[in-house]
Every structure is written in C-alpha cells, then in structure tokens.
Design a protein around this ligand. Structure first.
Ligand code: NAD
Length: 357
C-alpha cells in the first residue's frame, strides 16, 4: 500500500497520472492537492471521484499549514509534484504566479516532506519526492544534438527559469539532507484533458470552430512530442525504481515542427469527422495564420532518454500517429468538456493573446 500526495492532479498530466495509478495499482491511495486555477478541472477526474482510495483537497501548495496538515493526517509515501503554472506565454505576460507556485510551492512541499520523513538522522524508508520537470530547463538546441541529463541548465523564459529553480531546490535537498528525491524532465506532452491554450488542443478547438490557426514565426520551431500515458509510465517507473538523487530525461523521440503538427491535426480531424458534419468543409489549411513570434522563442528541443531506457527499462508504447488519432478522437467525443472551459476567462485570454496583438 502506497499513499501518494499528487499535487496539481486536476491538471492535464496530473489527472492522466491519477487515472494511470488507480488503473494499475489496487492498493494505491491518492490525495490530490490542487488549487483549481484556470487549468485545473475536476471533470478530468469524474470517473474516480467516488473511489475509496482517492481524495481531493482544494488548496495551494504554498499554504504551509495546509500542506503540513496533510502530512499529519496521512502516511504519505510519495509526493509527485505536478502543480505548476505551466504555460510559457502566460509566464511572459505575468511571471509573478510562476515564481510563487513553481519555486515557493516546491520549497514548501520539500520542507514539509522533510519534516515528516526525516526522523533524527534517518529518512523513513520507502519515501520519495518526485519533481515533475521539463526539457525546457535546458534551453534551446541548434539543428543537431540532444539534451542529456548532463546538459547545463539554461532556461530562457520565466516559466522554464521557475522550473529550473525548483529543480535546483530539489537537488539541494538531496545534496544537503540526502532527501530521497528524483527529478524527471519530460518533453512536450499531448493527449486527453489538455487545456486548449497548448498547441495541439488549441488547434483542434480552433479547427472545430473554424477559427484561424495561429502559428508563431515561421512555424519551424521543433518540439519532441510524447503521448501523456507514456509520460505516466515513466513517472511510475522512476517513482518505484529510480535511483535516489538521479535526474531522468523522458522524451517521445518524435521531433516535429509546429507547422507539421498543425497540418497533422487538420488532416486527422478531416479523417475522423463525417463529411456530413456541418464543420467539415470549413476545416482546411487556409485557416493557418502566421503570427508574430513568441518573445525569446526556443528554436528546438530534443531529448535523449537513454538513461531511463537502459537503467530502468522504459520505452514508449504509443507511436505519434496513433497518439494523435486517440487525442483528436477524444476531443471530438468530449465536445462538452471543451465547450465548458472555452467560455468566460478563456475568451478574454484568447483575445488578449491572439486577436489584440
Ligand atoms: P496544467 O497547467 O494542465 O496543470 C497544472 C495544475 O496545477 C492545475 O490543475 C492547477 O490548478 C494546479 N496548480 C497550479 N498552481 C497551483 C498551486 N499553487 N497549488 C496547487 N495546485 C496548483 O499543467 P500540465 O501540463 O499538466 O503540467 C504538469 C506538470 O508537468 C508541470 O509541473 C509542468 O511544468 C510539467 N511538464 C509539463 C509538460 C507538458 O507538455 N505539458 C512537459 C514537461 C513537464
């Protein structure tokens, strides 16, 4: 029996990870601590909300008394820290929340875990703090090369700088106190429940509403894409088998330019949508609209996951083409989910980011 404190579990990757754990482990108990920002959505967890071995706690990871009370109340074995402000564009507009949640929040979790788990000079056995980080902490690559775990940190946006800062705090708790930690640094995820500000669901949503498809700069920035369930399997492996103190890169091995992604989305929607659907004819490459580039836009990310593969035997199981079909199909089947989160604040955000510029 393992008790997990999953933070940010109502977001995209966190909710997918909770589904993954509850599906694969009968004896897991999960506490999901989430502030429910614009990116947190309890509908992502509808199927599990009544389970005996799942609890939701609404709250902020920077709230010391609250985090401490969770450690007092539950025999927490694993902290899996997904909670973050996660969108680069928002970090460029308003970095403050990124510093608060991503850096201060990680510190609070580390410190409360240390209080609960360090007994005298000894760490209680079977405990681990897993920091969910990103390949963006490594900066930007040229046309060749891959990020390894030894690549120096060189974050270039307020988002990636806040994530790199959090990683360094986690590393410091290992170096200083020998806290049982791991850090995973993953490439771009896609799949069900992703908020439609990120590239793939943004393009799906805009296609379905016959809106312009905004592509930054020349559309040739490259990202390495991984299906979210493959990220969950990597996290699960690192949590249970990762060597204490180590960093593990997680990548899908699918490098694509942004414009390739957008065209793939258009083609996939057209394959899946019945020709009689009223939206069918409006969906075409003519919707693509190149817009002013993101400030400081990193050109290329690509990640070397050899360490995770050779040390822990991890591999991906969902090829990109298959993952994209699953994802588009999920959004088509869950149009209500999408509609509900693309009203109100989302419309204000969208106008500010893409229409007023
Ligand atoms: P997301 O924005 O979808 O979800 C973040 C969740 O954190 C939301 O549910 C939100 O309500 C919650 N949250 C925010 N601030 C909080 C706070 N102060 N206290 C408690 N909860 C708070 O993000 P995501 O895409 O699921 O990413 C999850 C993690 O994975 C992040 O740490 C991110 O840096 C990392 N990551 C994401 C990707 C990706 O491609 N999305 C890739 C690599 C790493």
């Amino acid at each position: 029996m393992k008790t997990y404190l999953v933070t940010g579990g109502a977001g995209f990757i966190g909710s997918n990870f909770i589904h993954y754990v509850l599906k694969n482990y009968q004896d897991a108990f999960i506490i999901n601590l989430d502030k429910l920002t614009y990116a947190g959505n309890l509908k992502n967890l509808k199927e599990v909300e009544k389970k005996e071995n799942y609890r939701f706690v609404k709250g902020d990871i920077t709230d010391i008394p609250l985090v401490q009370s969770l450690f007092d109340q539950y025999p927490i074995d694993y902290v899996v820290n997904f909670a973050a402000e996660s969108h680069v564009d928002r970090s460029i507009e308003s970095p403050m929340e990124f510093v608060k949640t991503n850096i201060e929040g990680t510190f609070v979790l580390l410190d409360m875990a240390k209080k609960a788990w360090l007994i005298g000079e000894e760490w209680a056995s079977g405990k681990k703090f897993l920091q969910i980080s990103t390949d963006e902490v490594y900066g930007s690559l040229g046309e060749t090369g891959l990020f390894t775990e030894e690549t120096p940190l060189d974050p270039r946006s307020p988002y990636s700088a806040s994530k790199a800062s959090a990683d360094l705090l986690v590393k410091a708790y290992y170096d200083t106190y020998k806290m049982p930690i791991n850090i995973t640094r993953c490439s771009n995820n896609y799949g069900p429940y992703q908020f439609p500000e990120k590239l793939i669901p943004l393009m799906i949503n805009n296609c379905l509403n016959a809106k312009d498809l905004p592509v930054y700069g020349d559309g040739k920035n490259i990202r390495d894409w991984i299906y979210v369930e493959d990220h969950s399997s990597a996290i699960d492996l690192v949590l249970n088998k990762g060597i204490i103190g180590e960093v593990y890169n997680v990548g899908g091995g699918n490098e694509r330019t942004n414009i390739e992604i957008v065209k793939t989305i258009i083609n996939t929607i057209k394959e899946l949508l019945p020709k009689e659907d009223s939206r069918y004819n409006a969906i075409s490459q003519e919707l693509i609209k190149y817009v002013a580039d993101r400030k400081g836009h990193d050109r290329r990310y690509a990640i070397d996951s050899t360490k995770l593969q050779s040390q822990l035997g991890w591999s991906t199981s969902i090829p990109f083409e298959e993952g994209v079909v699953h994802t588009v199909k999920w959004y088509l089947d869950n149009s209500k989910w999408l509609e509900e989160i693309t009203t109100g604040e989302y419309q204000v955000y969208y106008k500010k980011m893409y229409l007023d510029k």
